[in-house]
Design a protein around this ligand. Structure first.
Ligand code: 13P
Length: 342
């Protein structure tokens, strides 16, 4: 029987323009990111990287929570403190990714279903005991000719709802992430149509499985043209389409919507979030961020796996966190970018 104040935690995660650092790449994914900038990937270098981010001074002004991965939540810092404790000591809420990844969907070509429900209740208990207060599960929906199929959307929504119900039972705030990928040549209109359908089916599954909407967060993609589409939308078009889609399909009782960056670069992810928040319309939910690449890429490129670059990497991360925090309040301006050195 759940007893914790999950609504309070959900609200705290999106208070005052704050948002979440998604630092939950699996060792395989982080190795790919390291490879791209020629950093050797092993448990120690991954630990050092996370430690750099998690100990960035004063970043709790902009970052409310950090999503960790199973390897990280069990690791100790270079000085012997659990990484989770370093996060909590900063006043940042620790979270944990609990799905085990998107796997090929039987009977379909090119579609996936996210796995990880077996034994989930026990794993959630363990993570909560370690100190996690929220969790994340990512469903992946790809757009192409004839896909997504309705069964792909349905099975992913069903799994998201099963995960979310278990989280609330175990006193963890579920972040429900149905990601419609930016990969492909589809138009922004097609992205809006698919995202709307995915949200509709997902909230229906959440309702059927008695998930309390006040005690969860939604982590969607922005509505955006595919990366290979010849017609790229403007910032204003992305903001309007994203907001319209959410207003149609995300119930007002959800306290916060935290976007993923999904392959947008750090500037696009910052400007689009800002434009959404600047729209002159009533917004029932807080509109904030749970960015992975958009918050980390600049820091990773400065750090390069070298101890002497830790401070410079932290500076880059803190700068981006400050900019996206301003964007979540609709107060970002390009002029902020020049102030990094200060
Ligand atoms: P990106 O912001 O890099 O898309 O990562 C967010 C995330 O958590 C994806 O699951």
């Amino acid at each position: 029987m759940a007893t914790a104040d999950l609504e309070g935690t959900a609200k705290a995660l999106v208070a005052n323009g704050k948002g979440i650092l998604a630092a939950d790449e699996t060792p395989t994914t982080l190795t790919k990111r390291f490879d791209a900038v020629k950093i050797e990937s092993d448990p120690n270098s991954r630990r050092d990287y996370r430690e750099m981010l998690f100990t960035t001074p004063d970043v709790a002004r902009f970052i409310s929570g950090i999503i960790m991965q199973d390897e990280t939540i069990r690791q100790k810092s270079s000085t012997g403190t659990a990484l989770l404790d370093l996060v909590a000591k900063q006043g940042i809420i620790p979270g944990i990714k609990v799905d085990s990844g998107a796997k090929a969907l039987a009977g379909s070509s090119g579609e996936t279903v996210t796995e990880g429900l077996d034994g989930l209740r026990e794993r959630l208990k363990d993570y909560r005991q370690m100190g996690a207060r929220f969790a994340k599960w990512r469903a992946v929906i790809r757009i192409d000719d004839g896909i997504p199929s309705s069964d792909c959307v349905a099975v992913n929504a069903h799994a998201l709802a099963r995960y979310a119900a278990l989280c609330q039972e175990q006193d963890l705030v579920p972040i429900v992430e149905p990601e419609v990928l930016m990969d492909g040549s589809h138009t922004i209109e097609r992205c809006e149509e698919v995202t709307g359908n995915v949200l509709h089916v997902t909230f229906n599954a959440l309702f059927e499985q008695r998930v309390s909407l006040e005690r969860m967060l939604l982590k969607p993609n922005m509505v955006i043209a595919g990366k290979q589409c010849s017609q790229q939308a403007t910032v204003d078009e992305v903001a309007r389409a994203t907001f319209r889609c959410l207003r149609r399909h995300a119930p007002a009782s959800v306290p916060g919507i935290v976007f993923l960056s999904g392959g947008q670069d750090h500037l696009a992810a910052t400007m689009n979030l800002n434009a959404i928040n600047q729209l002159d319309a009533p917004k029932p939910w807080k509109l904030s961020f749970s960015y992975g690449r958009a918050l980390q890429d600049e820091a990773l490129q400065v750090w390069l796996g070298k101890q002497q670059n830790v401070q410079a990497g932290q500076k880059m991360y803190a700068h981006r966190a400050k900019c996206v925090n301003a964007a979540a309040l609709g107060k970002y301006s390009k002029a902020m970018e020049g102030k990094l050195a200060a």
